[in-house]
Ligand binder design. Structure first.
Ligand SMILES: *Cc1c(COP(=O)(O)O)cnc(C)c1O
Length: 497
């Protein structure tokens, strides 16, 4: 299997080279150059999460052998791995035709662990394969969850360094605490004055800065990315869609080949794109329902074919989706336009210059046939948390609640009877202030810290605080830097001195 860039100006690469590079040197993103097909699903129904992930990755990471992939998945999802649930990504039934796919049982309490527990093993495997001698410097912009997951995944992994930039405002107190208390000898964290889009574009600029990369190369470092612009992040995410489907098959909830819907709370379009690739490779998925918060650029795009980021970014209770530039959409456009890198380049140029582009009608129609999109405002999100708890006794976080609210709109609009899986992307304890406010009202949260609320939420619901979040309050702060966007490059060069 070879991989090509969405911008068409990079030579085809092996899986190993693709993963080490992160984004493609021409500014595009790597995707498989040929069609990928999943193995026989019926044979995997009885398999463990680790075995399912191995089978999926053998398809999506052609070039790595089965024993190599087996080693990666054993470290990430096998016995002794860091997921606190034996099923790794369990389904929770919350209604006749409705399930939640819990992707938050990893060490940081959000779905980013699903891929970032595997990526370090994959990167080291890739470096061994390509004979890469440089130390891999993983550069990451985060809206809150990726950063911590990357730090936990890579901490003290030999031959790597991790640098994380998060927006100074816009992450929850728990998220911030998780990052500034990070341990490990090879890690560094800085807050950037600005929002996620600014932190992300700062990172992209460093990647594109040839002089900076040359200086780092001379010091023995090679930059790579843990963001979902790296194919090594996306491929492991395909596995949980397949696994959710297989759980429904195993339970007899669906018949062979029966199509289901997935509802995905979306920001950078990475999670839902993995679902798209699963479907393309043969997973019986009917509709991909794209749920946005108030920053609903994607809703507009999926409905009209016009992407327009010319609006202010609004901070919401689902901060990991407070994004106006959904990087991975570029991959979808490339796929749905028939690998037409000429058109993709033109759209991305327009996006760069005017913040807006319109895709052609064929591409827009292809998007609209597969995807359905809507968004949930802050009130609707809170109501979804409250409603799901009262009706199903199930506690969800604000990101998951956005998806829940959009799913209800989808059902009302289409009456589609297909079974649906809502992707639960974070533990409700990770965003406890918003969850507590939704359940009990503002008076109950006023004046209480997130750490008090963590306890309160646990004692009133009878749910245990996930190990990932317990004791956070008492950990010493190790990373205090707050920098301007313009200082990011200097920060990198200083850390990698
Ligand atoms: C990152 C994240 C999202 C958005 O995922 P994308 O891949 O960026 O679309 C949603 N919810 C949570 C909790 C996240 O951490």
């Amino acid at each position: 299997m070879r991989y090509c860039s969405t911008r068409g100006k990079t030579e085809l690469c092996s899986a190993a080279e693709t993963i080490i590079q992160g984004p493609a040197p021409d500014g595009g993103l790597f995707v498989p150059a040929q069609a990928v097909t999943l193995p026989d699903l019926e044979k995997l129904a009885g398999a463990s999460y680790r075995e399912r992930a191995s089978a999926v990755l053998e398809s999506f990471l052609g070039g790595f052998s089965a024993p190599e992939i087996g080693r990666f998945t054993r470290s990430a999802y096998g016995e002794g791995a860091r997921f606190s649930h034996p099923a790794v990504a369990p389904l929770h039934k919350a209604g006749d035709d409705l399930y939640f796919l819990e992707l938050w049982h990893g060490p940081t309490g959000a779905f980013k662990d699903m891929a970032l527990q595997l990526l370090p093993h994959l990167l080291r495997g890739a470096a061994a394969k390509t004979g890469e001698k440089a130390v891999l410097a993983v550069l990451t912009a985060t809206s809150g969850d990726t950063g911590k997951a990357a730090l936990e995944g890579f901490r003290d992994v030999p031959g790597t360094r991790v640098l994380v930039f998060y927006p100074e405002r816009g992450v929850s107190e728990v998220q911030r605490r998780q990052m500034v208390t990070q341990e490990g000898e090879n890690v560094s964290v800085a807050a950037v004055r600005g929002n996620f889009d600014e932190a992300q574009s700062g990172v992209k600029e460093i990647f594109a800065d040839r002089a900076a990369r040359r200086r780092l190369a001379a010091r023995g470092y090679r930059l790579t990315s843990a963001n979902s612009i790296n194919w090594g992040r996306l491929a492991p995410q395909v596995a949980y869609y397949v696994s959710a489907y297989l759980d429904l098959r195993r339970g007899g909830v669906i018949g062979p080949g029966e199509e289901i819907n997935f509802v995905v709370p979306t920001g950078n379009f990475g999670n839902i794109l993995a679902c798209f690739y699963a479907r393309r490779a043969g997973l019986p998925v009917h509709r991909l329902i794209c749920a946005s918060n108030t920053n609903n650029v994607l809703t507009g795009f999926i409905r009209t074919g016009v992407y327009d980021r010319n609006r202010p970014l609004t901070p919401t209770s689902s901060p990991s989706m407070d994004i106006l530039l959904s990087s991975n959409l570029e991959r979808l456009l490339f796929e749905l336009s028939g690998h037409d890198s000429f058109r993709v380049r033109r759209w991305m140029e327009e996006l760069g210059t005017s913040g807006r582009y319109r895709v052609d009608t064929d591409t827009a129609r292809a998007v609209g046939e597969l995807f359905w999109a809507d968004y949930a405002g802050e009130e609707e999100t809170a109501a979804a948390i409250r409603g799901t708890y009262r009706e199903a006794g199930y506690l969800i976080d604000p990101h998951t609640a956005v998806a829940r609210a959009v799913y209800d709109k989808y059902r009302a609009a289409t009456r589609d009877p297909a079974k649906a899986v809502i992707v639960a992307t974070a533990s409700p304890f990770k965003f406890n202030r918003s969850v507590a406010r939704a359940l009990w009202g503002e008076e109950q949260v006023l004046g209480r810290s997130e750490f008090d609320l963590l306890e309160l939420l646990s004692s009133t619901t009878g749910l245990e605080v996930p190990p990932a979040l317990a004791g956070l309050e008492h950990k010493p702060v190790r990373h205090e830097s707050v920098i301007d966007r313009a200082e990011m490059k200097e920060f990198v060069l200083r850390f990698l001195a």
